[in-house]
Design a protein around this ligand. Structure first.
Ligand SMILES: Nc1ncnc2c1ncn2[C@@H]1O[C@H](COP(=O)(O)OP(=O)(O)O)[C@@H](O)[C@H]1O
Ligand SMILES: [Mg+2]
Length: 277
């Protein structure tokens, strides 16, 4: 299941992606990362920072200019049957659910199972299981336009799991949903992460979504500029705390300094610490 050398299920080494011939865009500028099995990782960063490009390289939707991607112990650049890899090892969820409008929920979920060695009966059973799992057993014969945005995204989640991939890559899966449906979709992913042991990598702009994941990778200009393990204080927050009068007083145990803290500094600190879980 994992990279034998270090236990990672996804690893990139010095990954570079340059688009274009003339005016070139360096979309990824040497990204090295490791993701552990069953980890739930979020990727944040401004538009154009390379988040989608990174996901596309990990899922072999596109080829890197240089560098290595290892997924589930396979060097993606050397895989012979890339279609089988895409179908079996990774599942994708996109911002716009990308369901086929003329196919029912059931038929959409069956799409990635085509070409896989399942009997019609087995396929049907698995689709029903998946619909049950995402809470849509009663909607299997609905077309996408007969479903709410949240329901469509749940069909897309079921489809991404059709071949029981080890890893699901989700590119802004809640970007088009209201906050309630978005929260339900994320809750479902967490449930699947726990129940099926699927590794999730989710691009999001929503800090509330990111805070529910194990680790946040923050990208800028094609690189990972910061990494935050959820539940530990941000390094910057800690540094600011150390610089502040109150922080210094607490860290040095200087009680007389504590009473001299100005109220506006206390407010600033309160804001600073609010987000530190
Ligand atoms: N197919 C493409 N051709 C040319 N440039 C691209 C292509 N895809 C992405 N880019 C460029 O690469 C950079 C990173 O894009 P992207 O990975 O989509 O960022 P993000 O998902 O963080 O918004 C951007 O400058 C974008 O314009
Ligand atoms: Mg993107």
């Amino acid at each position: 299941m994992t990279n034998r050398e270090n236990g990672a299920i996804v690893e990139t080494r010095d990954l570079v992606k340059v688009y274009g011939d003339g005016a070139q865009v360096r979309a990824l500028d040497g990204v090295s990362l490791r993701i552990a099995p069953v980890e739930f990782v979020s990727v944040m960063g401004p538009s154009g920072s390379g988040k989608s490009t990174l996901l596309n390289m990990i899922g072999a939707l596109d080829r890197p200019t240089s560098g290595v991607v290892i997924v589930n112990n396979q060097d993606v650049g050397r895989i012979r049957d890339i279609d089988a890899f895409r179908a079996q090892t990774v599942g994708f969820i996109f911002q716009m659910h990308n369901l086929i409008p003329t196919l029912t929920a059931r038929e959409n979920i069956e799409v990635p199972m085509r070409g896989q060695p399942f009997s019609a009966r087995e396929r049907r059973r698995r689709v029903e299981e998946l619909l049950e799992l995402v809470g849509l057993a009663g909607r299997m014969d609905h077309l996408p336009n007969q479903l709410s945005g949240g329901e469509r995204q749940r069909v897309a989640i079921a489809r991404s799991l059709a071949n029981r991939p080890a890893i699901v890559l989700a590119d802004e899966p809640t970007g088009n949903l209201d906050s309630q449906s978005g929260a339900e979709v994320i809750a479902l992913m967490h449930q699947l992460n726990h129940e099926l042991g699927t590794t999730f990598i989710v691009v999001t702009h929503d800090p509330a979504v990111a805070r529910q994941t194990d680790r946040i990778l923050i990208m800028r200009d094609g690189g990972i500029v910061h990494e935050h393990t959820v539940g530990t204080p941000f390094e910057e927050d800690l540094a600011a705390f150390r610089r502040s009068g109150l922080g210094k007083a607490i860290l040095t145990g200087d009680e007389s300094a504590l009473v001299q803290i100005a109220p506006d500094e206390l407010d600033a600190l309160r804001n600073l610490l609010k987000d530190v879980a």
